[in-house]
Design a binder for this molecule. Structure first.
Ligand code: HMG
Ligand code: MG
Length: 290
């Protein structure tokens, strides 16, 4: 990989479709992932193995994994909040799982029904079993800038949870600006603190685009040395437990911005456009986001 390579981690099929008001038919999810597999992406978060009572939109995770045509070289990932989710994900043959915590206590309670400390305890066996099974392990920290219930979140708290996830064996921790309140200024303040102890190479940026600042936040993160960013095709997304969380940073504008600035991503914009067109034509409710 060249020095000017930026990795794009596509989260639309999970972080996007989990928030669609209607349940998207499995065949459309599968078709979308298959189109994304042709774009040069190396990382696609395909689904999540969570409680269907909590997130009914992801109830067909096993069927989605069984339906997709896997492209060699692409890592297909899924969220796994607990052992039940991990076991189902391994059975479905995922390549990577993600444990997801929060820097804010209230969001942790609302999203995964436990305190931050309890979540880290719960992740220990999940991480051990994932690594023992030979799948890679990613981590998320939500609310790295602000929480929908508590407001501003202290960078030191983000650092604590990030380090805990790295200590569990995550190869990377993705920093979620869950409600998209970050600005270049607050993003910079976060990295000034975080990078005191955590190397930029272990971090990814996951910026929701509620206030239209996500691209600027990526530019700030690039200046701090981050080289991996999550985005969602068509700007899909949000989180059902984060009121006000609008779409994720949209993949095509992100790639265009990176190309204009001289970065490489390995992604084919025409093929990304085909995947985005498929969304617009077939998946109800997304046209506003695109
Ligand atoms: P709980 O209710 O405390 O769990 O939920 P429980 O262990 O008491 O189980 C309750 C029921 O759920 C039981 O079923 C379990 O079997 C079932 P019952 O006996 O009542 O019939 N269950 C499961 N079913 C399938 N798969 C599972 C599973 N676990 C339990 N894995 C739990 C705790 C963590 C399960 C729940 O809170 C949950 O599923 N939360 C997930 C919420 C979620 O997916 N949020 C969105 C993703 S996070 C996000 O979007 C942020 C991110 O994008 C970054 C950012 O932007 O910040 C990553
Ligand atoms: Mg998210």
């Amino acid at each position: 990989m060249t020095d000017n390579f930026v990795t794009i981690y596509e989260v639309g099929p999970r972080d996007g479709l989990q928030n669609e008001p209607a349940i998207v038919p499995t065949k459309h999810k599968v078709a979308l992932i298959d189109l994304l597999s042709q774009t040069g992406l190396r990382h696609i978060e395909a689904t999540s193995f969570v409680s269907p009572k909590w997130v009914p939109q992801m109830a067909d995770s096993t069927e989605v994994m069984a339906g997709i045509k896997r492209k060699s070289g692409v890592t297909y990932a899924a969220l796994t909040p607990n052992m039940k989710g991990l076991e189902a994900a391994l059975k479905a043959g995922v390549d990577e799982v993600a444990i997801f915590g929060s820097a804010s206590e209230s969001f942790s309670q609302k999203n995964i029904n436990c305190t931050i400390a309890e979540s880290l305890e719960r992740f220990i066996p999940v991480a051990k079993a994932a690594l023992a099974a030979g799948v890679s392990l990613r981590g998320y920290v939500s609310c790295v800038i602000a929480c929908p219930y508590e407001g501003a979140v202290a960078p030191a708290q983000v650092r604590k949870v990030t380090q805990a996830l790295l200590d569990l064996g995550c190869y990377q921790v993705s920093l979620g600006d869950t409600i998209g309140k970050g600005t270049p200024e607050t993003t910079g303040i976060l990295f000034d603190d975080l990078l005191k102890t955590v190397p930029a190479a272990k971090l990814a940026g996951h910026f929701h685009d509620t206030d239209g600042t996500a691209l600027e936040n990526v530019k700030t993160a690039l200046d701090y040395g981050l080289r991996c960013f999550d985005s969602a095709i068509g700007g899909l997304g949000g989180c059902p437990y984060a009121p006000g969380a609008k779409g994720n940073l949209s993949t095509i504008p992100l790639v265009e911005m990176l190309y204009d600035a001289g970065w490489q991503t390995g992604l084919d914009l025409e093929k990304l456009q085909m995947a985005q067109d498929y969304l617009q034509s077939n998946i109800a409710g997304v046209s506003d986001a695109v």
